[in-house]
Design a protein around this ligand. Structure first.
Ligand code: LMR
Length: 348
């Protein structure tokens, strides 16, 4: 179900918690700054995945390019693997200007707007090429500015990949997932998706998932091959079922006031560097995920199960009602544009 009014009413408490964390972080970072050159522009860029993932590589490549081209004026500080904060706190930190740049899963923006929920609709996109076409469309590009009233400016989309289910056994049909505790990202669409097949959804930060699987607090989860491998989920997850049922990608976003306050020539150079890195991330994402899949297979610690077309069709039919539930909440035209990109003929 989408968030009810009473669920949303709990948000102020969570935001208060976020504000306190951000205030502590500000004190901490101010302490770290002592002795640093005060005229250097610092871009703090926290994220939650490992350095070898599509996002990890992208963040590092951006830092390297900026160091090469603007090294005397700008420094990018990358904090991978949730070292500095988790995604939820990073949104607050970005809004308050305590960090300047993030690359956050599109799924986790749903506490701010319904519009990015289109990316979570199950089985809407078959592959990254379809997503890319939608993101490049006028509607996809307009979405980047959706959060500007919150002080957040989207600059680019980065892919991770398509998600697979991991569980205690193969999830050949929706009935195989019924009754299992599923970790999901902070997303009401993903919550509805798990409820649709009788699973029990639990919203949880990425950094907590390994231990939750290990201790049996959760039974199952969904993620891309690169996250399943780099977070070592294959050590504690006996079977992965190759469903490719949903997309995981990122909004690369900056604090709008910070960005608009930069000297124009610096902003232009940063935009150019980001554009180059974006092409690279999105070109390499699929092969990084395939390499991670092979590494999981080679580990011998986890089995990978493929599905027949009939089994996939049963999953599609079970999850499709989720679209109807959310179509009315997402701004008009967005779902249709995404469906149009997904069904456009070859020759793109
Ligand atoms: C997750 O929490 O599973 C993902 O959002 C992590 C990521 O950033 O890829």
């Amino acid at each position: 179900m989408p968030s009810t009014g009473s669920q949303r009413a709990q948000d102020p408490l969570r935001h208060l918690y976020g504000i306190l964390l951000v205030a502590l972080l500000a004190l901490n970072l101010a302490g770290c700054d002592q002795g640093e050159q005060s005229d250097r522009i610092v871009i703090r860029f926290p994220h939650v995945t490992a350095p070898g993932t599509p996002k990890g590589r992208g963040a590092d490549a951006f830092r390297t390019l900026v160091a090469e081209r603007l090294g005397d004026q700008v420094s990018v500080e990358v904090f991978p693997s949730a070292q500095l904060m988790n995604d939820d706190d990073s949104l607050d930190a970005l809004m308050f200007g305590e960090v300047q740049m993030i690359a956050i899963s599109l799924s986790k923006l749903d506490r701010l707007t319904h519009d990015f929920q289109v990316f979570d609709l199950p089985f809407l996109f078959d592959d990254l090429e379809q997503v890319k076409r939608f993101q490049a469309s006028d509607v996809g590009q307009e979405l980047l500015a959706t959060l500007s009233d919150k002080g957040i400016l989207g600059l680019a989309y980065w892919h991770n990949g398509m998600k697979q289910f991991g569980g205690p056994h193969a999830l050949r049909t929706p009935a195989d997932g019924a009754g299992l505790n599923f970790r999901i990202q902070e997303s009401d669409v993903l919550q509805a998706q798990v409820l649709a097949f009788g699973g029990i959804p639990q919203k949880m930060a990425l950094a907590e998932v390994y231990q939750a699987l290990q201790t049996g607090a959760i039974d199952a989860q969904e993620n891309t091959w690169s996250n399943n491998y780099s977070q070592k989920f294959f050590e504690v997850q006996p079977v992965f079922t190759e469903t490719r049922h949903g997309y995981l990608g990122y909004l690369v976003a900056v604090n709008q006031e910070f960005w608009n306050g930069l000297p124009a020539e610096v902003r232009n150079e940063l935009n150019a560097a980001l554009a180059e890195v974006t092409v690279q991330v999105n070109r390499e994402a699929e092969s990084i995920n395939q390499a991670a899949r092979e590494q999981i297979e080679a580990s011998g610690q986890s089995q990978i199960v493929g599905l027949t077309e009939a089994e996939l069709e049963e999953w599609r039919n079970t999850m499709r009602p989720v679209w109807t539930e959310f179509e009315g909440l997402i701004a008009p035209g967005i779902v249709d544009a995404a469906r149009g990109s997904a069904s456009a003929a070859e020759g793109r």
